[in-house]
Ligand binder design. Sequence first.
Ligand SMILES: [Zn+2]
Length: 175
Amino acid sequence: MMETPFQHCSACGSSGLIACNEREFTCPICQFRHFITPIPAAVALILDASGRILITRRAHQPGLGLLGLPGGVIEGGETGEEACSRETLEEVGLNIPAKAFRYIRSLPNQYPFQGFVWPTLDLFYLAEIETFEGIVLQRSEVSESLLLSLSEVPYSDFAFASNAEAVRLLKDQMH
Ligand SMILES: [Zn+2]
């Protein structure tokens, strides 16, 4: 993994950016400042009427084959709730409106991408729906969906500790 995602200045193309600290890199030629700041991601905790949660198995890196939750990077202009709704539809084919998602909490995470470990901030939202009927997996993203009671979730099998932690907190909350 690289120590900085900025090999060259994005303004003038010079190399040899100077690390002012772990999140700021300045061009020695034109002084353009490059930053590494947390990328917000929305993550969906979805329960059905019998209290089962929808867990996904990841079909790509990072965390290929490990467990995850529907979600992803929030796009410009979107709310976290809208991102949850969009990502859930894209990944598992469930059409859950944004207003059905309620904010639970945030947890920091790290996401290896293109040779650099990016800081992210996972925002977790809960939606309670009647049934998981109608799940259609986007195979490029999800290889399997698991519908599990909160007491039988294999917490150590998650790709990201933040996801396991959020499900564990939800389990504590529901009891
Ligand atoms: Zn420059």
